[in-house]
Design a protein around this ligand. Sequence first.
Ligand code: IMP
Ligand code: MG
Length: 179
Amino acid sequence: MKRLLDREEIERGVAALAREVTAEFGDQPITVVGVLTGCLMLVADLVRHLEMPVELGFVTASSYRGTTESGDLLLKLDDLPDLTGRQVLVVDDIFDSGKTLAAVKQSLLARGPSDVKTAALLIKRGRQVVAERPDFVAFEIPDEFVVGYGLDYRDRFRNLPFVAALEPQDLRDLAPRGA
Ligand code: IMP
Ligand code: MG
């Protein structure tokens, strides 16, 4: 594994993200909607920097994929608080193709918020297939598959306190026996 961002860099990036969010919303109330499961660390760290009134909600986004390939997207929005008239900030771990945040934003707009903005810890260089970029991003990274700080490979490595790129050797070590 090749480390890209250590714990201190992530902390500084999240604090900077929080300053941008604060500059945008001031002391107006917002609803932070995290995209599970990858958003977990970022939401937890980000909201502790915010001083406006904050409500929290979560959606689940998953795609049919075992590995590093994007598949069809499944969204679950069943447990959200009422978004009518709210200023919403959607938070995800990474903006790769951009399809997930674009789809979540579209679905949330149908619930009558006054505004929907988007934030991601990471954006992957040169991968986007949607026109819109997130409103707030902490770091741009090269086109590599990364894990840690919420990001997983087959549900592993979310708990790493740093962000690292997987290397071919890691993938070989993790391959199911016989594969
Ligand atoms: P997008 O819809 O292509 O932008 O992909 C966003 C989702 O794919 C993120 O919420 C992640 O769950 C996952 N993803 C994309 N790239 C990576 C990566 O490098 N590591 C781990 N998960 C990733
Ligand atoms: Mg995700």
